[in-house]
Design a binder for this molecule. Sequence first.
Ligand code: IMP
Length: 194
Amino acid sequence: MKKLLYLASKNLGKIGEYQKLLSDVNCQLALQPDSIDVLESGETFKENAAKKACEVSKKLNNYAIADDSGLCIEALNGSPGIYSSRYGDNDKSRINRVLRELQGINNRNAYFIANVCVSSPEGEIILDIEAKCFGKILSSIRGTNGFGYDPIFEEISTKLTFAEMSNEIKDKLSHRGKAIAKLIPELKKIFPDY
Ligand code: IMP
């Protein structure tokens, strides 16, 4: 029987995404029960990902995977950072706030970062992966795909915004795509095929 791997998230979109990405790994992905609530109280992306994975593992006595990601802007001293999802009420207001805060500022350097942690059934972090994607913040939106800050983030090598990319290209270049690519061979060692 396949070992269970709980995804420490209540986001149904995320479980679909992980199911697809981990289809090659010999584990059964399960969603964190509604009764478990983990506060994202860490001061870094890594702390938040580790805390979510660890708490879910300990409560369920099983393996758990968690991630935390966001946008860090150089001229804003790394903001919105760990507050990326809380920088406004919705994607539009979060984008507008960033554009407002960068008005008149020439340094538009920014990166997306993703931290992914896996913890053992005992709650010990056994995998800890970080990946970044560098780019620039535009002064107005470009493109219609994606979510979050995608329309204002121009990826450095393609000069396309994440919102102008197909899913396939974004998966190759994005912080999350790179983190998952590093994660899969490591997960295969924890969940071998035999
Ligand atoms: P979380 O990792 O689900 O907590 O996401 C944090 C927040 O960072 C999201 O709500 C988005 O606002 C932002 N974010 C993370 N990854 C991306 C991305 O690939 N594109 C656009 N925004 C992102």
